[in-house]
Design a protein around this ligand. Sequence first.
Ligand code: C2E
Ligand code: CA
Ligand code: CA
Length: 584
Amino acid sequence: VQLVFVGGRSPAFGLLLVGVFALTVGDVVWAFGEIGRLDFAPHVVDAPFLIVPSAISVAMMHPSASHVVRPIRDEPRVRSTSRSLVVSSALIVPPVLLVLPGRITPMTVLLSIGLCATSALRVAHAMSRDDRSRAELMYRAAHDDLTDLPSRSLLIDQIDRVLHTSDGPLSLLFIDLDHFKNVNDLMGHHAGDELLVRVSERLVATVRARDLVARISGDEFVVLAEGLDESSGIALADRIRRAVGEPFALTGGEVFCTASIGVSTARAGDDVTPATLIREADTAMYESKSTRNETTVFDQSMQDRSTRRMEIERLLRHQTEAPNLTTWFQPIVDTERGCVAGFEALLRWEALGAEISPAEFIPIAEDSGMIVAIGAFVLDEACRQAAWWRANIDHADDLYVSVNVSARQIASSDIVDTVASCLQRHGLAPSALWLEITESVMTEDTAVTAAAMTGLRLLGVRLALDDFGTGYSSLSGLQYLPVSRLKIDRQFVAGLGSDTSNDKLVRCITAVAASFDLDVVAEGVETREQLAALHELGCTQIQGFLFSRPVPADEVPAIHARLDRRQARQHRHRRHTRRPTATP
Ligand code: C2E
Ligand code: CA
Ligand code: CA
């Protein structure tokens, strides 16, 4: 009976059933003959036994036999009408046997009870298997395969339940691992998976038994802590950061990991949806990300910033198709030679009715990857201008342009080709182009960036480390990265002359530059005092509002003429008096 239900409709299977049926009939007839209840001629008894091997061997030789041996993909349906019919008719047999006169013997009663019990058991078993597989399916849909933690849908259900049924506060912790991508990239996906599993175990071990830990994507986890108010939520977040901060002994080696956490809170009965609570915790987490390994509690100003960030990102996306981004230029003056040495290209963008600072929109463009297209645009514009200056401005044949390039661009595969084709398109000598890279490139994948930087250097383009001293630079980077210049960040220049610790810092940077044989540009120079202090320290390449603010491209010739004349005059004067007293 079971076979009838699992089988397909192929001829081979039909023949197989015929064989099995014949075997059953033959056995029953033979058994009755043995106990003397039936008396058949031997050839009648033998007939079924002849059919058995014939049917089976024909079945196996039939082409459709391949269907019979193929594994069954779908589970047979446990409850079907035909199956129910068979089961119930089997159940009718014992009562019928019992009512037939003269058939009631202790044996038939026992057999009948046995048959009923087996059938009932079989049905119960089938039904519970059905329920089990349905439960299993629901469990899998609500849990993450890798870590076995609840997934987003279950989390949302649970938040909803807590909001509606409990009274008291609740905290939601959004946890994102810092630099998780590095583990994946450097040690492989197996190590990444292993780390996620270990992190999830630590999370579960750190929270209280009644808290829910969910994994909602890649390296993002959410903890739902019922009954915890804001301060307890923060305490829990800090405990989690400490737990995650302990080293992980993975199969591939020891790994250190930190987490950025955002906390949002609500009280049961608040008019807030689970999705909003998750989004708020996510927004707070994003604020933690800027410093990493932090806990931040959500407040409304974050929501405003996040909305603005999304708005800027949306507008920028339009920009990369039809750019109304413009490139402005700020002179870099060589006070020793008495001339304008070059211009730094700086992006300007007007949107939302105001000028938006590149310090605000560049990081957004970097996060979303749009910086690669925007960077190519700036590069093209800067090279075009530089080629024009060199051809059309007096005393400008060695003027250079200095273009900011973000780490993300350096890591993109075709930066060397982009720069080479840009130089070629505008007929610009490689020596007329400097690229400014913030020192954060040193924390990125060093092999890739070092290769790209070497490729650029081989083109003849020179590289400067921007904002030197503000980031995570290691001095060792200076040893293997082909850079030719350090730019002293304006935060160090700002305190010069008034703040002695800044004097020491700048002195230190110029000393580092000298020992690595690099030149130095000081940026953000606004006052004569700062200029004098820089001259004192031997720094003569100056950029800042003292000489000029960034200007649109069409004002470059005039700025160049003004500064060059003055510097030339100063230069002559200085040569005359032999005392360096350059002023703008
Ligand atoms: P940065 O590379 O350090 O650029 C120097 C910044 O200092 C510019 O700000 C410039 O206007 C400002 N500055 C120059 N002299 C003075 C001064 O004397 N005083 C003061 N207070 N500020 C001065 P800006 O144009 O707002 O650019 C901000 C940052 O945005 C830049 O910092 C750079 O990191 C980034 N950026 C600008 N344009 C681009 C670009 O095309 N590509 C990339 N990747 N980044 C860019
Ligand atoms: Ca710069
Ligand atoms: Ca800078």
